[in-house]
Design a protein around this ligand. Structure first.
Ligand code: HPA
Length: 307
């Protein structure tokens, strides 16, 4: 594992260089050069970047920032977008296209942008993802505000804070019992009410798995048994690094598919259930994501205006 050879001094130097590059690129735009909020756009949620005012807006491909890796996932563009949100013109930094552990990157690499965000002045991380529903009542297009997580790889040793502690960011033993801030969750739901949005938005526990396979049926039952409401392959490493860096966190899952947790058909069944029973078609999933994403954009705009 690469963290064995990881040097906090070298890593800090790389982060400082990345932050200095971003500051230089934004030097001509003082209103947006110190973003207060970082938004990580998950799959199907890249449209969040559209709520930024059109001027001033600066797009920086990851390849222009030393230390940033490029996303290898089709449809994840890989750029930072800097701009303003809401009538209070809150300066934000949007990450369109994220880096996943399953792509083969180390946690130091996948979470590099979060620590760099801290260095350029970000105070709050808003993180989004596409996730599978584990709670049997969840349907594609539902949303879930994350109020807790289960870090499956972390519990067995693949943890983003493993290795020497970055003392200049946070403590060796970071508590996570309050990782998903109550005040931010309340603010989000208050804005949902004010906007009259009726979509199902639950609060629940996100279970992080390494991927890249989707869960087997038995794994889904296991995740449900241990308390997971939704499951996905991202978010938790970024949240842990954000909390270690002292950032406030609001996190949201878009449920794109409802997991198939029933036992598979038996070889002894005379009339086995079709294997895809209950599975949404790809078009249905995309449609649900698109509509839900519009509601997310509206609520985020009003929420961020208060940050
Ligand atoms: N499992 C894991 N990650 C996911 C899923 C899922 O069902 N859906 C979207 N991301």
């Amino acid at each position: 594992m690469s963290s064995l050879s990881f040097s906090p001094e070298e890593y800090t130097q790389q982060l400082e260089t990345a932050a200095a590059t971003v500051r230089d690129l934004l030097a001509k735009f003082p209103e947006i050069s110190s973003p207060r909020v970082m938004i990580i756009c998950g799959s199907g949620l890249g449209g969040i970047a559209n709520i930024l005012h059109s001027e001033p807006k600066v797009e920086v491909p990851y390849s222009d920032i030393p230390g940033f890796k490029s996303s290898t996932v089709p449809g994840h563009a890989g750029k930072l977008v800097f701009g303003l949100i809401g009538d209070k013109k809150v300066p934000v930094m949007c990450m369109v296209g994220r880096l996943h552990f399953y792509e083969g990157y180390s946690f130091q690499e996948t979470t590099f942008p979060v620590r760099m965000a801290k260095l350029v002045g970000v105070k709050t991380l808003i993180v989004t993802n596409a996730a599978g529903g584990v709670d049997p009542t969840y349907k594609p297009g539902d949303l879930m505000i994350i109020n807790d997580h289960i870090n499956m790889p972390g519990l067995s040793g693949y943890h983003p804070l493993r290795g020497p502690n970055m003392e200049n960011f946070g403590p060796r033993f970071q508590p996570l019992s309050d990782a998903y801030e109550l005040e931010l969750r309340k603010l989000f739901f208050q804005k949902k009410e004010e906007l009259g949005i009726t979509r199902n938005i639950y609060e629940g526990t996100y279970c992080f798995v390494a991927g890249p396979t989707f869960e087997s049926r038995a794994e889904l039952r296991f995740i449900r048994t241990i308390g997971g409401d939704a499951v996905g392959m991202s978010t938790v490493p970024e949240v842990i690094i954000a909390r270690h860096s002292g950032l406030r966190v609001l996190a949201l899952s878009l449920i794109t598919n409802a997991g198939l947790a029933d036992k598979p058909p038996s070889a002894f069944d005379k009339n086995p259930k079709p294997l895809d029973e209950g599975m949404a078609s790809h078009d249905e999933v995309l449609e649900a994501a698109n509509e839900a994403s519009k509601d997310v954009q509206k609520i985020f705009e009003k929420t961020i205006n208060e940050l």
